[in-house]
Ligand binder design. Structure first.
Ligand code: PLP
Length: 424
């Protein structure tokens, strides 16, 4: 990793062409790589030599993007996955097995909640969901002897809860387990959880990182800081029978976790993105440092407008001084939070849908966090499967409108909101 500032790293990290090679990251659309001897190929399989041999495990285009993201987050290594969902699954399954337990914030993305609460339970992994704002002593009560990880979102989608990263890092470390942070909403431009004690950072790179809604991608970043040798993680310290008895910590040191994720889980689960998607993600990353401040600036203007309008029941934007999360946001992301604002219009669920249907510039789409302003009603879409109680725990009220402010002219976005409110 270079010493350049983050803006420079967005552009310069990752692909480093040798003399005469393409300046721009090429799309290596190849499943396979040719070698002169079977012996060398054997060494690659034994992880004794670095190199590419099959794109399910690694690909030069994806490798360059992984290096860039690892640099942006301040980690020792990263692995791209075919989606944010795959990143969440693999980040936990890499260290937690059937019969073990995870402590998770209740304020998380609806898809992640279903993955944990339904699908991963079927895999024998137990979860306890805690209110992120609960006192440290309260949260501590849910830890068990078999707890192996703690999972939070830095800014929860869509509740916009800013989670106290240091509080959860303290709790996790006190119990000898890592803290995994989904950092999708602030992106490393606005928040770098590893600096506050996170051990693993994951992303739905589908959102701001790609930024243009072109490709579904995920990524897992390893801080390289967690000590896996405390006896709780034999998968990282004992021989891996499925990989010629390799011991990850012994052989790969700080990169043990991310190497195991790749050589064991990516090999077996195969959730690899296409090289084409890696190329598009890389293009997005090159302007991430320009787009994020504009998203935040526009979102702040929208939030301030909504806060003053009498037809609005409530507004939640962690950048607003009136937000209960303002001080946490100032601490963890002083340069800005994200472009997503949530609010309720007076008149509840019905008014919410009428308002949304009247919008002209802001499109109703199942997406969030890209260049174009878009809007969604989580209670009837992404969080549809949740009970009222689960909705409340996740911080999603039935009238919540998730408004993802794009990078258009803020005045145009506000005028669109105004005309839709006039229609109510
Ligand atoms: C969208 C999202 C996910 C899931 O990512 P996909 O790329 O859609 O699979 C996970 N976490 C957060 C915070 C998200 O916004």
């Amino acid at each position: 990793m270079s010493d350049y500032r983050i803006e420079t790293r967005c552009i310069q990290e990752g692909w480093k062409p040798k003399n005469g090679e393409p300046r721009v990251l090429p799309i290596y659309q190849s499943t396979t790589y040719q070698y002169n001897s079977s012996e060398q190929m054997g060494r690659l399989f034994d992880l004794e030599e670095e190199g590419f041999f099959y794109t399910r495990l690694a690909n030069p285009t994806l490798d360059a993007v992984e290096k860039k993201i690892a640099s942006l987050e301040g980690g020792v290594g990263a692995m791209m996955t075919s989606s944010g969902q795959a990143a969440s699954l693999i980040s936990i399954f890499n260290i937690v097995s059937a019969g073990q337990h995870v402590v998770s914030s209740a304020a998380i993305y609806g898809g992640t909640f279903n993955l944990f609460n339904v699908t991963m339970r079927k895999m024998g992994i137990d979860f306890t969901f805690v209110k992120p704002d609960a006192a440290e002593e309260e949260i501590e009560k849910v830890f068990q002897d078999n707890t192996r990880a703690v999972f939070i979102e830095s800014i929860a989608n869509p509740a916009l809860v800013v989670t106290d990263i240091e509080k959860f890092a303290r709790l996790a470390h006190k119990h000898g387990v890592p803290l995994i942070v989904d950092n999708t909403f602030p992106t490393p431009i606005n928040c770098r959880p590893i600096e506050f004690g996170a051990d693993i950072v994951i992303h739905s790179a589908t959102k701001y990182m790609d930024g243009h809604a072109t490709s579904v991608n995920g990524v897992i970043v390893d801080s390289g800081k967690f000590d896996w040798t405390n006896g709780k993680f034999p998968g990282l310290t004992e021989p891996d029978d499925s990989y010629h008895g390799v011991k990850y910590v012994e052989s790969f040191g700080p990169a043990a976790y991310i190497t195991k994720a790749r050589t064991q889980l990516m090999r077996d689960l195969g959730a690899i993105p296409s090289p084409q998607n890696g190329f598009l993600l890389n293009l997005g990353l090159e302007t991430l440092h320009l787009r994020m401040p504009r998203h935040c600036e526009n979102a702040m203007k929208v939030a301030q407008f909504l806060e003053k309008d009498h037809r609005i029941a409530w507004v939640n934007y962690p950048g607003l001084p009136s937000s209960p999360y303002y001080s946490l946001a100032q601490k963890y992301m002083p340069n800005g939070t994200c472009g997503v604002v949530s609010f309720g219009v007076k008149g509840g669920r019905e008014a919410a849908t009428k308002f949304m249907d009247s919008l002209k510039l802001a499109a109703i789409v199942t997406h969030v966090a890209d260049a174009r302003t878009c809007v969604l009603h989580p209670a009837s879409t992404t969080h549809r499967q949740l009970t009222d109680e689960q909705l409340e725990e996740a911080g999603v009220t039935p009238d919540l409108i998730r408004f993802s402010v794009g990078i258009e002219n803020a005045e145009d976005i506000i005028e669109d909101i105004e005309q839709a409110l006039n229609n109510l």
